[in-house]
Structures are given as C-alpha cells and as structure tokens.
Unconditional design. Structure first.
Length: 367
C-alpha cells in the first residue's frame, strides 16, 4: 500500500515537470518569434533613409530663385543703349515709344532756337506798346537760390499771357514773384505804373489789385460754398462789402448759387475750381495769377474752366498771367506766350504763332 502511494506521488510530481517543459518550449518558441520579428523592425527602420532622400528634393529648387536677379542687368543695359542712341523703345505688344527728352536736352535745344532771347522791344510790341504789368530785369528765387535771371515781361491790360516750358524752368516762380512769395535780389515789378516789387502779398491783393489762384485743393471742404466765398473778402474794410461782392459772384455763376449752403467738399472737381477762381474775384482784382488751372480735372471740366477764364478776360477785362501744364490749351487761350528755359525767356510770341512753331511743338507740345 505504501509503495503504491509513493508511485502515485511520483507521478504527481512528474506532471508539473511536463508542464514546465511545455512552458519552456512555449517560451523558446516565443523567443524565436521575437528574434525573428526583430529583423522585420530593423528592415522598417532601414526604410527611413528613403524618406530622408525624398526630403532633399526641395533643395534642387534653390537655383530657380536666382532667375529674377539675372533680369536686372539686362534692363539697365537696354536702357543705357536706348538713351545713348536716342532710338525708340519697344513697348508691350506692338508699336514703339519715343524716348522722352531730358530737361537738359530740352534746355540745350531751346537755347539753340533763340540764343539771345526776345528783346524788350519785342516784348513791348506783344503788349501793344501799352503794358499794364511790367517786370524789368528780375532776379528772384527762394532763400539764396536764384531761379529767375534778368527776367522781363510785358502784358497789356485785359490781355492773357501763358508761360510754358520744362519742369524747373521757373514758370511758377514768376507768379510767386509777382505776388510776393519769393526773395527779390534785383529788378522791379510795376502794375498800372505803381511799383509793387517790395509789397507783401496781402498788400498786393488789397491795394494793387493782384489775386493769386493756387494750383489745387485750396477750398475749405467743411465750410459752405458761401463761407468759402466770404473768406476771399477777408481784407475788405467792412464785412458787408465782402457780402455784396459774394452776391455778385452768385449772380454771375448760378452753379455756385444753387449750392451756396452746401459744404464745398461735395462739389465736383470743376465746381471746386470755379469756387477757387470766384473766391479770388471777391476782392475785385485787376490781375489774376492762375497757376495750373486744368490740373487734376477731367477734360469736360477743363473746357469749363477755360470758358470761365475767357469770360473774365474778355467780358470783365481781367489781365491774366497763367502757368499751364497743358501747353496747347494754354497757348490757344492766351494772347501772348512765353517759353521759359532755366529761368530765362527763350521765346516770346503770340499764342497762336507759338502753336504753329515746329520747334515749340516738338519740344513742348508733344509733336
């Protein structure tokens, strides 16, 4: 009995051993699988360099960015050759564009047209030998800089004179000098026989009958049309006189009268220009200095402005000295035309005669 019991226990003890063997076998198999799986993971990691190679592709685009840099020298070279030879420059598409002459080139050619400029006798003749406004050998400028060099001018009462020329020629400086905005180094300015050279702008407006109409945007937009007009009469002795003068303007220009209580800021470009001109009329001047009347205006308003100026000259007898960027329009309007170059008068003649001058047309009128 004892022997059997021992055998049974032995058998019982052997069973766990088998299980252990099986467990060991399973562990060994799992270990083999794990070892076998590792190369797969390694292979996956080795694929990473392929991705790195793909990332390097954008580096090839860098040379393409340098292309715009190559264009700059080409443009400069073409520009230099074109200007040097004075030939036409091809534009986009078809056709060509003539090279614009520099100010220096225009000055040289204008000087060759009239080396000595017009004589004072010529200027007197254009004013019908009865000059109302006379500038005599004027040297003037800003600060210590001299812009006008021995400049002379003659215009009869009720005439219109237009100044044309390249930028920087001194056209606006002539108007500024007449009104008192520049330093006068020598020479004189007389109006109706009265020497006004050293008068202040306010004195020229109040006592010499000279009004200056600025280039553009001199209207007070928040004020009404009527208030803007009354500002033009601030030098009147009595406010009632300015009021009466403003009423005469409204009688003359119904376009302004219809808008007298509206803010000036709502007016069209042509109406604002009309208001600027009308405001100058409140002081009832004899001489109007008009700087670039057509600047910034649509063609239909340009015609309207010149009709107003023509009426002021021919009906009201105003003497007008004008600077106009639209040289054709200015010369067609004016009785007299002066061509200024470098602060001196290169040419002076009747406006219609200058319009027919081929050299003036080529240099200043666009053909």
């Amino acid at each position: 009995m004892a022997t059997k019991s021992t055998g049974t226990k032995a058998s019982a003890k052997k069973a766990p051993a088998k299980k252990t063997a099986k467990t060991a076998a399973s562990a060994t198999a799992a270990a083999k699988k794990a070892v076998t799986a590792k190369p797969a993971k390694v292979a996956t990691k080795k694929a990473a360099p392929a991705k790195t190679a793909v990332k390097k592709a954008p580096v090839k685009k860098a040379p393409v960015k340098k292309a715009p840099v190559k264009k700059a020298p080409v443009k400069k070279t073409m520009a230099k050759k074109t200007v040097a030879k004075g030939k036409s420059v091809s534009g986009y598409g078809s056709g060509g564009v003539d090279v614009v002459m520099s100010v220096d080139q225009i000055a040289k050619e204008a000087a060759s047209i009239a080396a000595s400029g017009p004589s004072k006798a010529d200027l007197d003749k254009l004013a019908n030998n009865d000059a109302f406004l006379v500038i005599e050998d004027l040297r003037a400028g800003y600060g210590k800089m001299e812009i006008l060099h021995d400049f002379s001018l003659r215009i009869g009462k009720g005439q219109a004179l237009c100044l044309i020329g390249p930028n920087g020629a001194g056209k606006s400086t002539v108007l500024h000098s007449i009104f008192g905005f520049t330093n006068i180094f020598s020479g004189s300015i007389t109006v109706g026989g009265k020497n006004v050279t050293s008068l202040k702008p306010s004195e020229k407006l109040a006592s010499a009958g000279i009004a200056y109409i600025l280039q553009d945007k001199s209207v007070f937009p928040q004020m009404t049309v009527e208030e803007n007009l009354l500002m033009g009469g601030f030098l009147k002795n009595k406010p009632a006189e300015a009021k009466q003068a403003a009423e005469r303007v409204f009688d003359k220009y119904s376009r302004l009268a219809d808008r007298r209580h509206k803010p000036a800021g709502v007016l069209s470009g042509g109406e604002r220009r009309l208001l600027e001109i009308s405001r100058a009329l409140v002081m009832e001047p004899d001489v109007l200095l008009v700087d670039e009347p057509s600047i910034g205006l649509e063609p239909r308003f340009i015609d309207m402005v010149f009709e107003i100026l023509d009426d002021l000259q021919k009906v009201d007898g105003k003497t007008i000295v004008m600077v106009e960027q639209n040289a054709k329009k200015g010369l067609a309007f004016a009785d007299i035309g002066y061509v200024l170059v470098s602060g001196e008068t290169a040419l002076a003649d009747r406006g219609d005669t200058l319009l027919e001058n081929p050299d003036v047309g080529r240099l200043f009128l666009g053909g």
